[in-house]
Design a binder for this molecule. Structure first.
Ligand code: AGP
Length: 576
């Protein structure tokens, strides 16, 4: 969701900075822009749609300093006017911004609403800079102190000497190279061994040779961090889409996890749960589904009360949190705003915090007492697939922290070769495409997998889908079962097999088409996708979600969509 790249160095093609910005395309955006100084004036170019439109417009233009942005519209429509960079009312400053300025209405009124020409909250930053007095750095410091909300912002003025960065609750990284310095909102696009990770409420004044950091108006030192962001090649290789590639990388991800967590007990050990009386797991979307399974397993295996919360609800629902609570924050990106807010609440309440994330330098990783890596490598497609499997794998290990940990690693290793590599049959894809809506059903862990299967189908194939615990069907939803409805039943729990099959029979008799995902070869007479069985029943959830991810991807492709970049969605949701 929104991306920022700034470059300062020798005169270079602006196209190079835009190529770096392209590495952030996966985050989702609907417009792009760039600003730089030419003959004492700030020039600003913006285009709705793909970065390539902007690259075409920019051609061979060059500059020593530029700031670029991809915008995912929040305040104001996706138009050129609202795209970033945004110019101040006297054209002395230009700003790119990720996040939301929560007090923008108040500041706008203070500056004078007639001076504003866009519908964005961002405009308040550049107009505040114009409105304040003093040299640019004093204005930037004062401006930062007046803003409320989340922001990672780059600022340039007409002097063309510095880029200024400000930051709160939204990431910003600075990497110095031989030729110049690159500033970005996402570490994955910085090709550098060392970088600075800007803390909240810090201002950076950056020129080609040096960077000065300010906190509360005073100059401070910041440590250089080593870039261990060892993502494998982001090339598609033999695959048409990242989603297909990433699903296929699931087994590699699980092996990485087994390797890392076997090699050191710094990550998971019995001390994690010492003195803990309750566990709250939280995340959004797919990560929330992982939390649901994690809560089941922690409660079952560790006998500690555990519950999963949707992160956007958590801070409004007054959960029981104190210094005997453990909060587990689950997030692929490590930047999801709602999960971060939940983590901040937990911190205030004195809870122990674990973050399970794919991005080791993320805001959520920094917030935690312990960070458990997902080892999934870059996940480019918006739909989370291999990272979901990784979340389940790490949560499974966590649920064995105090006993049976070695066995749990072996169990995990054993499933690596068990992911069903068969293609989803054309017949099944057709059934789903021709359906009016799709219901996914299952019991206990399979019920959670049902919700995850439905989320995938909705987000990348735009098919009306819903996941239900099978026992709930009779309490309302069955009224929607008729011809042209597809019901996908997940059955991996032998104890509840017959219960789910009863629900299947009920929907068949009301005209639904049924597809069953199961490891039980005795289930016959239905359209079925058979999966392998894990030694530990809990791990069947990793094997059963795999064909559901592939199914959603195949349906999306067959309908002519790009599953990597679904409409209206961003990979990393950094605003509430
Ligand atoms: C997953 O397919 C979705 N794109 C979405 O639900 C995602 O899982 C959610 O936004 C949370 O993201 P995070 O894991 O980066 O925190």
């Amino acid at each position: 969701m929104c991306g920022i790249v700034g470059y300062i160095g020798s005169k270079t093609d602006i196209k190079n900075a835009l190529e770096t910005l392209k590495k952030l395309e996966y985050r989702g955006y609907d417009s792009a822009g760039v600003a730089f100084v030419k003959r004492g004036k700030i020039q600003c170019f913006k285009r709705v749609g793909q970065i390539n439109n902007l690259i075409e417009t920019i051609g061979k233009k060059s500059a020593k300093i530029c700031i670029c942005h991809t915008r995912w519209a929040t305040h104001g429509k996706a138009t050129e006017e609202n795209a970033h960079p945004i110019m101040s009312y006297n054209n002395n400053f230009s700003v790119v911004h990720n996040g939301i300025i929560e007090n923008y209405k108040y500041l706008k009124a203070k500056i004078g609403a007639e001076k504003f020409s866009t519908s964005t909250d961002t405009e308040v930053i550049c107009n505040l800079l114009e409105y304040l007095k003093g040299d640019t750095i004093s204005r930037v410091i004062e401006c930062e102190s007046l803003l409320e909300g989340s922001y990672a912002s780059l600022i340039i003025d007409k002097c063309n000497k510095y880029i200024y960065a400000i930051k709160n609750k939204s990431p910003m990284y600075i990497a110095c190279g031989k030729k110049g310095t690159t500033i970005a909102s996402d570490i994955s696009c910085l090709n550098a061994e060392y970088f600075y990770n800007l803390p909240d409420h810090t201002v950076a004044k950056i020129n080609k040779k040096e960077i000065t950091f300010y906190s509360n108006g005073n100059i401070i030192d910041l440590p250089l961090c080593k870039n261990i962001h060892n993502f494998e090649s982001n090339d598609l290789g033999q695959y048409k889409t990242y989603m297909q590639k990433e699903i296929a990388e699931t087994n590699k991800t699980i092996s990485n996890i087994v390797e890392l967590y076997s090699s050191s007990n710094n990550y998971i050990n019995e001390n994690i749960f010492k003195g803990i009386k309750n566990v709250i797991l939280t995340g959004c979307g797919t990560a929330y589904h992982a939390c649901c399974l994690g809560a089941n397993w922690i409660q079952k295996n560790l006998k500690i009360p555990a519950s999963a919360y949707i992160a956007s609800e958590l801070r409004y629902s007054e959960p029981i949190l104190d210094d005997s609570s453990l909060m587990v924050l689950v997030s692929q990106s490590g930047e999801t705003a709602d999960t971060l807010a939940a983590g901040e609440l937990a911190k205030d309440k004195g809870c122990r915090i674990i973050t399970i994330t794919n991005v080791g330098y993320s805001t959520l990783a920094n917030l935690a007492d312990v960070c458990l890596p997902l080892c999934a490598g870059a996940e480019i497609a918006v739909a989370s697939t291999k990272a979901y499997a990784a979340m389940l794998a790490v949560l499974y290990l966590l649920s064995h922290a105090t006993s049976g940990f070695i066995k749990s690693l072996q169990n995990l290793k054993e499933i690596c070769q068990k992911f069903n590599s068969d293609n989803i049959s054309k017949d099944i894809v057709k059934k789903v495409i021709n359906s009016k809506r799709v219901f996914f059903i299952g019991r206990l862990d399979d019920g959670v997998t049902a919700s995850e299967g439905a989320l995938k189908l909705k987000e990348i194939a735009y098919i009306d889908a819903c996941g239900y615990f099978a026992g709930e069907l009779k309490h309302g939803t069955i009224a929607l079962i008729e011809n042209d409805v597809v019901v996908i039943a997940i059955i991996t729990n032998p104890n509840l097999k017959q219960k789910t099959l009863n629900a299947v029979e009920e929907v068949v008799s009301r005209g639904a088409e049924v597809i069953i995902i199961t490891n039980d070869k005795s289930i016959t007479g239905y359209t079925t996708i058979f999966i392998d069985t894990a030694i530990d029943e809990e791990l069947n959830s990793l094997l059963s979600v795999y064909p559901l991810q592939k199914l959603a991807c195949e349906v999306s492709l067959s309908l002519g969509f790009n599953p990597d970049k679904p409409r209206n969605l961003a990979k990393s949701v950094t605003v509430e």
